[in-house]
Ligand binder design. Structure first.
Ligand code: BGC
Length: 759
């Protein structure tokens, strides 16, 4: 590496230079004088070679290296290019073969492109075929935020297993999922694509997805390579506006944003995608600290990093590159291996190499990583798929899994007078703009795979009709219009019924990429529709379909019951009906806090305490004059048709050794109600005295259990130094001695507490 690269690297890192680099892979197990550890000079433990991470498969690596030796520079640069149409791929394959194609579907077309690459290029290197298979290829599962609400990683895994099989059989071998951007921003449309506000929950769900997509060996005909995205801190986007600036401290980066990526790399994720945002002034696509030092160095990641869509070109707009050549140099030296859509690597690679602005070693490392994944996918042995096995319709088995995932993802937010579950014999008025919606119930990122766009989800009305003997329907209003002419019919229907099911919320297009909202109330005149229907005097059950937390104060104040259904996917109406009629007892919990008002954002459970925590009786504390403190619904909250008690936590030991110690925390959970149901037992930790301020609570364990009426179960969690430690502002993992509070319960408000000491 030249001096130029070194200076560019530390400048771009902008995060403490060599001090940070030197401390990266360090775990400090601090003794009694823990605070001193954070102020002492960083250790000199060298960072692992950020380009030379060891291959996991020696034989495959020999094949990679043998192939690499035969490649010309043009062929190497070609491998770094990802194009997004068949025409572009054909053009590239006729000149300089590209590395992959994305967003092209259809087994026949993909096989045809593959044949051009394999049979008609000099080296016959197969293409990798990518697609955003985010929550289903043909069969749509709930949106990821919904899946996170299940607090059940097997839900995420079941989506990934079905999606991988459908996609691979149809020619896609690489999915741009899981998205694992932890966020506090409900205005951000992309909150729908991730797991909410907690790094621990996000890590568990992300790892389950990676496992489901890749299995033990993703050369299998029903597995795909996964892509952990967006690396990194994209969820910190200022104001919730997509693509926006993010400026985070080192401790926040490591404690809050990086954990799901670290866990996914440890789980063997094949690829990562860089994020559109800056991190401390350095665009993620040019950030050698996050990419080389952390990811490829400290985390030992040996797959490849793909840019996001034109992310390399956008370095010019970010203002860190003057032109395409600059952008290519910045991206490649920082560690983005493959360029999506824009073409700066292939356009300027040769010139940059000649000028010494990029090194041969950097180019070879990028190519090696891409070839490594192509070999791991088995593409050299099996470049084609059997077109007769392409998946174009939703199978009965996949439907059943989507239905289970849908109902397990729902969260009961209110249930006054136990209006739910509904009786089959009740006269039900189904009202609302989402009552007969179809594709909107799939949410964002759906319909890309074969068959998905021609398989509409089951409507709420149809789901309810299959369960109740007397059902009427009135739309009331559209999702976003101001037209109230349908209110009269809705009121009449409500008055004539025993109970109203009111399907409200957002269209699919209102969340997801480039879909930020400044106002997160129910859109259009839906709130007015709710008021009109409530005025008819019958119990009103609001079922919400939305890709983000909404501000629901007046809905909460007026509706009899509220079921948060998110966007449940292809079996939406059936999954909703399963819950409404009590075939499934809702057991989901919120993976994100629901604010009372937009002005309160960001509001999240794992915040620091401040020197003046909110106190309603003291003006000079951290709060608003015009709003109650805390969220409307807390992280981890969700009701059930039954009731549970959770005992006080019992610890296996009052002490944990700071050097690799562990202990267990156990509680007895009992179903004290009359029907079977699920409870999610949650463990939160708080370190009340640490060298840097700690979150008031941090989720460190959860378990969803099913109990029959009267049944009691002991749930045990193991806590280790991993759980009590944290990263400091030099990216050092510290385990400090002292007290740790443990809270166990069924939400982030859990009150039952125990205490142990790290010694
Ligand atoms: C998104 C990514 C997506 C990519 C490819 C981008 O605009 O940010 O999440 O994977 O497009 O479709």
């Amino acid at each position: 590496m030249t001096d130029h690269h070194l200076s560019r690297r530390s400048a771009l890192a902008g995060l403490g230079g060599s001090a940070v680099l030197g401390a990266l892979s360090t775990t400090l197990l601090a003794g009694p004088d823990a605070a001193a550890a954070t102020t002492s000079p960083p250790t000199t433990t060298p960072v692992k070679d950020p380009m030379g991470s060891p291959p996991t498969n020696k034989k495959a690596e020999q094949r990679v290296n043998a192939l690499l030796r035969r490649m010309t520079l043009a062929e190497k640069l070609g491998q770094l290019q990802l194009v997004n149409t068949g025409d572009l791929a054909r053009a590239a394959l006729a000149a300089t073969p590209c590395g992959g194609v994305f967003s092209v579907v259809g087994a026949a077309e993909l096989n045809a492109l593959q044949k051009l690459a394999v049979k008609h290029t000099r080296l016959g290197i197969p293409l990798i075929f990518g697609l955003d298979v985010i929550h289903g290829y043909t069969t749509n599962f709930p949106i990821p935020l919904g899946q996170a609400s299940s607090f059940d990683p097997t839900v995420a895994e079941s989506d990934a297993v079905v999606s991988a099989a459908e996609a691979r059989r149809s020619g896609i071998n690489w999915t741009y999922s899981p998205m694992m951007d932890v966020t506090h921003e409900p205005r951000w449309g992309r909150i729908a694509e991730g797991d909410g506000e907690d790094p621990y929950l996000a890590s568990q769900m992300a790892v389950a997805k990676v496992r489901g997509y890749q299995g033990a060996d993703y050369s299998a005909p029903d597995k795909v390579a996964a892509c952990a995205k967006h690396y990194v801190a994209y969820g910190g986007t200022e104001g919730g506006r997509d693509y926006n600036t993010v400026d985070v401290s080192i401790q926040e980066l490591h404690n809050h944003y990086l954990p799901p990526f670290k866990a996914s790399v440890a789980a063997g994720v094949a690829t990562l995608m860089a994020s559109f945002n800056t991190v401390a002034g350095v665009p993620a696509h040019a950030n050698s600290y996050t990419l080389r030092d952390v990811l490829k160095g400290s985390f030992d990641f040996n797959g490849f990093v793909v840019s996001d869509y034109t992310g390399i070109q956008e370095l010019i707009m970010h203002g860190v590159a003057g032109d395409g050549a600059d952008a290519a140099a910045a991206g490649l030296t920082a560690g983005v291996d493959m360029e999506m859509v824009s073409t700066n690597y292939v356009d300027f690679g040769k010139q940059l190499l000649a000028k010494g602005r990029i090194s041969q070693r950097e180019v070879d490392d990028a190519v090696r990583r891409i070839l490594r994944i192509k070999f791991a996918l088995g593409l050299f042995e099996n470049p084609y798929v059997d077109e007769s096995r392409e998946v174009t319709t939703v199978s009965t088995a996949a439907r059943a899994k989507a239905r289970t995932a849908g109902s397990r993802s729902m969260v009961l937010l209110k249930n006054d007078k136990s209006v739910l579950p509904l009786k089959k014999t009740s006269k039900v008025a189904v009202i609302g703009p989402l009552a007969v919606a179809t594709y909107d119930l799939n949410g964002t990122w759906s319909g890309l795979g074969t068959g998905a766009g021609t398989t509409p989800p089951v409507t709420v009305l149809d789901g309810i009709k299959a369960n109740a003997t007397s059902v009427t329907y009135a739309k009331g209003c559209d999702i976003e219009s101001t037209d109230v002419s349908g209110f009269a019919a809705a009121e009449t229907a409500a008055a004539a019924a025993d109970v109203v099911v009111l399907a409200l919320g957002e269209s699919a297009a209102m969340s997801g990429e480039a879909s930020a909202r400044s106002d997160i109330d129910l859109p259009g005149v839906q709130q007015e529709l709710l008021a009109a229907v409530v005025a008819a005097g019958k119990p009103v059950v609001v079922v919400l379909f939305n890709g983000r937390p909404l501000t629901l104060q007046s809905t909460h104040d007026t509706a009899t019951a509220i079921l948060e259904a998110w966007a449940p996917g292809v079996e939406a109406g059936n999954a909703v009906a399963d819950v409404l009629f009590g075939k499934v007892n809702p057991g989901g919990k919120l993976p994100v806090s629901f604010p009372r008002a937009v002005g309160q954002i960001p509001i999240y459970y794992n915040h620091q305490n401040t020197g003046r925590p909110a106190d309603p009786n003291n003006k000079y504390t951290s709060k608003y004059l015009d709003l109650a403190s805390g969220p409307l619904y807390a992280f981890g909250f969700g009701l059930s048709y039954t009731s549970f008690t959770i005992s006080a936590p019992r610890l296996s030991s009052p002490k944990m050794n700071h050097r690799g110690g562990h202990l267990t925390v156990s509680v007895d959970v009992t179903n004290t109600g009359k029907v079977a149901g699920d409870e999610v037992v949650q463990v939160y930790l708080h370190d009340p005295v640490a060298s840097i301020a700690q979150p008031v609570r941090r989720l460190r364990g959860f378990q969803r259990v099913t109990l029959h009426p009267g049944q009691k179960k002991t749930v045990t969690f193991t806590l280790t130094t991993e759980d009590v430690g944290f990263y400091d502002n030099r990216a050092r993992f510290l385990v400090e001695t002292g007290l740790i509070d443990v809270y166990v319960g069924n939400s982030s408000d859990a009150a039952a507490k125990a205490t142990f000491t790290v010694v």
